[in-house]
Design a protein around this ligand. Structure first.
Ligand SMILES: Nc1ccn([C@@H]2O[C@H](COP(=O)(O)OP(=O)(O)OP(=O)(O)O)[C@@H](O)[C@H]2O)c(=O)n1
Ligand SMILES: [Mg+2]
Length: 407
């Protein structure tokens, strides 16, 4: 097979391959970019594999960076782009199910391709678009099949994350996992616990945001792989609910995690924090998801959202919550929510016309806990429209609040 119209990413990288070949070595495009081009999907990074050893690659180019030299990877810098170029290699060991004990550089493309995870990822392409298919990846591509290269169990023992990659590709590509490969996942699922949570999380998020997430979820359930993901052992009911939702596609990790938290029927925001901590997400994501989850609850209750609910959530979490609520069948028109939010007297607590310093200066309160309480009441009064956001009005109101509190 020869691909005729190549994406510009390949055209730009062609001189690199040409230079390596002119020096007498082999060089190919490999991995996801080749797979996605054949599938007609947009590509992100272009990876190159070569028979040249790292020192030989470096000798050919002016500007290189040793991004992973011990694994044979050198980044070649060219016209403002960086190209990861990796020497053909075989890997030995894998005592820990996640990385090889040692890699050996080899001169044979076949040796390199045969240690890759799936046949659709084991294709190589010459700079002229000619596809080298040593493991029937093209047939599997047409049949929409994810099949391990060689013995599936060996591939998963080399890197247990590949089991997550299989279910992730099932979702992203809408492919089916070939029976022997799927069986090997079922047999080795517990090895997933050896993998760093962050790596598992990336695959899980890609699965959930794929084009056919239900495909990936079905495989996750069938193989019981989900049981070895963080905080997921008892989550079969949640997964079933997720699979039963009318066709959905999410494109934001925020809405993805909010939906999961909701379907898990977690009792409170503390439980969500615990869930997301276990998955090692960022604190920003935790704040966003807990805010959005609260709004999903309010949307489920129905009716107009209270001003303080809108205020506390903020525009981004409101949007996330409504996206999720729409999936669940109780969303509201986004434009109406946006309008209600925009109509709040203030959108930010820093916009209060009276500050803590003013309360001290005017001797409404003494420094201490009372100050926070008074400010909190001022905020509610302004957001709910009870008191206008004007310094004079707020001072009057603050005096009244302070009086009732000190009596
Ligand atoms: N655990 C892994 C990870 C990667 N690979 C090989 O390295 C290539 C590049 O890896 P990576 O960029 O992580 O994945 P892609 O398949 O390119 O997928 P994506 O589009 O998500 O980058 C893969 O295609 C595959 O040949 C592998 O064999 N085993
Ligand atoms: Mg890639």
């Amino acid at each position: 097979m020869i691909l005729t119209s190549l994406p510009t990413e390949f055209k730009q990288a062609k001189p690199i391959i040409d230079t390596i070949e002119a020096a007498g070595y082999e060089a190919y495009f490999v991995g996801g970019s080749v797979r996605d081009t054949i599938l007609g999907k947009p590509i992100h990074d272009v990876d190159i594999a070569t028979s040249a050893f790292p020192a030989e690659v470096k000798a050919l180019f002016k500007r290189t960076v040793d991004t992973g030299i011990e694994h044979g990877t050198v980044m070649i810098l060219d016209h403002g782009q960086g190209y990861e170029t990796t020497t053909f290699r075989t890997e030995l060991g894998y005592q820990d199910f996640r990385r090889p004990d040692e890699v050996t550089f080899v001169r044979s493309l076949k040796e390199d391709l045969k240690r890759r995870d799936f046949t659709i990822n084991a294709l190589a392409m010459r700079a002229n678009g000619e596809v080298i298919d040593l493991f029937d990846g093209l047939a599997d591509m047409s049949a929409h099949v994810i099949r391990a290269v060689g013995v599936a169990e060996d591939r998963f023992h080399e890197d247990a994350l590949r089991m997550m990659r299989a279910v992730r590709f099932a979702s992203q590509l809408g492919f089916t996992i070939e029976p022997a490969t799927e069986q090997a996942i079922a047999d080795n699922a517990q090895l997933l616990t050896k993998i760093a949570v962050e790596r598992t999380r990336v695959e899980w998020e890609k699965l959930l945001m794929g084009q056919q997430p239900v495909r990936g979820l079905q495989a996750l359930v069938k193989t019981a792989l989900y049981r070895y993901m963080p905080e997921m052992a008892d989550q079969l009911p949640m997964l079933k609910k997720l699979m039963a939702l009318p066709a959905w596609q999410l494109d934001q990790i925020e809405s993805t995690w909010t939906l999961l938290a909701w379907l898990m029927q977690l009792p409170d925001t503390a439980a969500i924090r615990q869930l997301l901590k276990a998955w090692k997400t960022s604190n920003d994501l935790i704040d966003h998801v807990t805010a959005a989850w609260t709004v999903v609850g309010a949307l489920q209750a129905g009716g107009t959202l209270a001003p303080m609910t809108l205020f506390k959530a903020g525009a981004p979490a409101l949007k996330t919550a409504n996206t999720v609520a729409n999936l669940l069948g109780f969303g509201q028109p986004q434009a109406e929510l946006d309008a209600a939010y925009a109509a709040l007297p203030i959108q930010d607590k820093h916009a209060l016309a009276l500050k803590g310093g003013d309360l001290l200066k005017q001797q409404v309160v003494q420094p201490g806990p009372m100050m926070g309480q008074v400010l909190a009441q001022l905020l509610v009064a302004v957001v709910t429209g009870k008191v206008a956001n004007e310094a004079g009005k707020l001072l009057e109101f603050a005096r009244m609040v302070a009086d009732t509190k000190s009596n």
